[in-house]
Design a protein around this ligand. Structure first.
Ligand code: SF4
Length: 255
């Protein structure tokens, strides 16, 4: 598999923020989000690294591709079974669906839980891995912030909303799911209400996390409280569980 890194930290975003988590980050992504905080994962990585102990920032490097037994060894060395979650993230992990399936199987055998962080667009891959995944952190992309990495083929349906809806239905068959939207200073309440309505059309009890963008690279400003709080209240009129949760790992300087 193409791997970027394995390390120990606390979950920095979403509904399980603060939970002890081992991160397994896979390489390559087929999207280009304007606010992406891991552009180094867009292309397959030549080398991967793993942290030798929790929080040590002491890494050992290997060449890609990584083998499943190397991943298993790293998870054992970090005592992954004692963590609340093993997060499979990226990049877009579902581009390597066989690897996600194999890692999730190892995690389940260890007695831990897999949390999959995904762009929420690879419907067939989600259907395949869903029985092995415990929690899905599913992004819902707003079209003005995101583009596909490659030009779509003629006639291909590449709109986000219909794929997100199908993905949500597939994930809910087997997994706990929450939907996350990254909110910029330019995001409108109408855009967020539209997402909330589409989520509600599948299941109004699915939690929606509104995550204010963390300024970095080309993103210079975060939305203000006077923008975020009305966004939250508007979505609460449509869904039962709406949370405003910023990224926390940036605050204490973790990976
Ligand atoms: S889907 Fe994730 S990894 Fe890919 S560009 Fe967007 S934020 Fe970055």
């Amino acid at each position: 598999m193409n791997l970027v890194e394995i390390f120990a930290s606390a979950q920095g975003e979403g509904l399980h923020v603060g939970a002890s988590t081992i991160f397994v980050r896979l390489g390559e992504c087929d999207l280009r989000c304007s606010w992406c905080d891991s552009p180094g994962t867009w292309l397959p990585a030549k080398r991967w690294r793993y942290e030798t102990g929790p929080g040590t920032a002491d890494f050992v490097e290997h060449a890609n591709p990584a083998s499943l037994s190397q991943v298993e060894d790293a998870l054992e060395q970090l005592d992954a079974k004692s963590y609340r979650f093993v997060s499979v993230t990226g990049g877009e992990p579902l581009l390597q669906v066989e690897s996600v399936e194999a890692i999730a199987r190892i995690v389940r055998e260890m007695g831990s839980r897999t949390l999959l962080e995904t762009h929420g667009l690879a419907v067939g891959a989600m259907e395949r891995v869903a029985p092995l995944i415990d929690v899905v952190s599913m992004d819902w992309k707003l079209a003005k912030d995101v583009r596909w990495a490659a030009e779509p083929e003629a006639g291909e349906d590449v709109s986000f909303d219909s794929r997100h809806e199908a993905f949500l239905i597939a994930a809910l068959q087997h997994c706990e799911v929450y939907v996350k939207v990254v909110v910029t200073a330019q995001t409108t309440t109408e855009e967020l209400k539209s997402v909330a309505r589409q989520v509600a059309s599948v299941d109004a009890s699915v939690p929606l996390v509104l995550q204010p963008v963390t300024p970095m690279a080309k993103v210079r400003e975060a939305p203000t409280a006077s923008q975020m709080l009305p966004h939250m209240r508007a979505c609460e009129g449509i869904l039962k569980d709406v949370r405003l949760i910023p990224q926390t790992h940036k605050v204490y300087g973790a990976l």
